[in-house]
Design a protein around this ligand. Structure first.
Ligand code: SOE
Length: 392
């Protein structure tokens, strides 16, 4: 690949709202805390509105700007394209970048439809044969407590996995006057709570258990069908106008799942759960033990070991800040907690390390496609009111 001779990886990023800001701090900080084979350089930021783009580039630390993503991809001084745009543009940008020989990091969910995700995974496979790497941004995999959960399952500490319980609960749409945004429009976002946050718990539970969801049955609900159209917006915040527009995605989803390995799962994703801000709650029960995690207390993992004497056994509250824990050694002394942004830094670390080593990073576009198939099966099962296999 074409990383430049000085051992830098020149990044071009498309989009600068909430995710763009989260990714920017990761590109800025990763090499300052971790030993990386290549040093990221924030070469160019891309967006359509020139004034806002310039202000964002200054604030977030990008060296230059482009108002057309095609021009960004054409640049010789860009090695990697980071796609932080709404889902309706992921496929076009990511495929064009891969075909131009640029590594790609693409935000989740990978695409808005299975067909788009199939095309993206195929482009990623073709590109990989010439050393061009791609990764989908399921960033919560990189929370140290999640890494520890995966390690405990892989080491057999839970025994055989029987039950998976996962919820992703937010409340930023509970107010019916919260403005319409691209996240509420099917043609831009693909789906609502299902794809926006349900995709995370699908990925996380499959990642932790090392198992895949084989069949599902779900139900979706839109509680607020019309919302004020914003007069201006940035990230998740927007100013509501007087005109109202239709909400074309789900506000909440619940589904049951069977994992290929025999476990059964219950899943819930909502942006209407008053009081829950970013509660990603996962509980896994195996024959030998259980795990419980809540992102609102993200430095902690609860672990129950059923092999311990009953007299003293109980859920252990592990503060996941020891140097032995995934990623933590590069940060602060034990007990000095990490936050939301660290997951994005760890994502950059894993991606740049894979690029430097010449290996394919995970989660791959193929993994993103598989999540997309689960999302689509949930939607279709709800429409048909039946169980559906997740087709390969
Ligand atoms: C909005 O629901 C959102 O920003 C999601 O799009 C992200 O994926 C999630 O991490 C936080 O909430």
């Amino acid at each position: 690949m074409n990383e430049d001779k000085q051992g830098t990886l020149r990044v071009g990023m498309v989009g600068y709202a909430f995710m763009g800001a989260a990714h920017s701090q990761a590109w800025r900080n990763a090499h300052r805390f971790f030993d990386l084979p290549l040093t990221p350089r924030m070469a160019a930021l891309c967006g359509r509105d020139e004034n806002r783009l310039r202000a964002a580039a200054d604030q977030l630390g990008w060296e230059s700007t482009e108002t057309d993503w095609r021009a960004l991809i054409d640049r010789d001084d860009v090695d990697l394209v980071d796609v932080c745009t709404p889902g309706d543009t992921h496929a076009e940008i990511a495929i064009a970048a891969l075909e131009a020989g640029k590594h790609v990091l693409c935000e989740k969910p990978l695409a808005n439809t299975v067909d788009e995700a199939v095309a993206m995974a195929a482009a990623a496979r073709r590109a990989a044969s010439s050393g061009v790497r791609s990764m989908v941004g399921f960033t919560y995999r990189r929370v140290p407590a999640i890494g520890l959960a995966r390690r405990l399952v892989r080491d057999g500490r839970l025994g055989e996995i029987r039950q998976v319980r996962a919820q992703y609960l937010q409340d930023w749409l509970a107010d019916p006057e919260a403005p319409l945004s691209w996240r509420l429009q099917k043609e831009r976002a693909g789906s609502g709570a299902l794809g926006d946050i349900g995709a995370h718990i699908i990925d996380l539970t499959q990642h932790i258990t090392g198992d895949r969801i084989g069949s599902v049955t779900g139900m979706l609900q839109t509680f607020v069908t019309e919302r004020p159209v914003p007069t201006e917006s940035s990230g998740l915040s927007a100013v509501a106008g007087t005109e109202r527009g239709e909400v074309t995605v789900d506000d909440a989803v619940a589904f049951l799942a069977r994992f290929d390995g025999g476990a059964i799962g219950t899943f819930e994703a909502t942006r209407m759960a008053r009081g829950r801000k970013n509660a990603i709650r996962i509980e896994i029960n195996g024959t030998q033990g259980s795990l419980a995690f809540d992102f609102e207390d993200m430095n902690v993992l609860h672990f129950f070991d059923a092999t311990e004497p009953a007299e003293t056994a109980g859920f252990r509250r592990i503060v996941v800040t020891e140097p032995e824990h995934p990623y933590v050694g590069a940060w602060w002394p034990p007990g000095h907690l990490l936050g939301y942004e660290h997951g994005f830094v760890h994502q950059v670390v894993d991606l740049v390390t894979a690029i430097g080593e010449g290996s394919d990073p995970l989660p791959s576009f193929a993994d993103g496609l598989q999540v997309q198939r689960v999302l689509s099966a949930v939607q279709e099962s709800a429409d048909k009111q039946s169980w559906l296999e997740v087709t390969a």
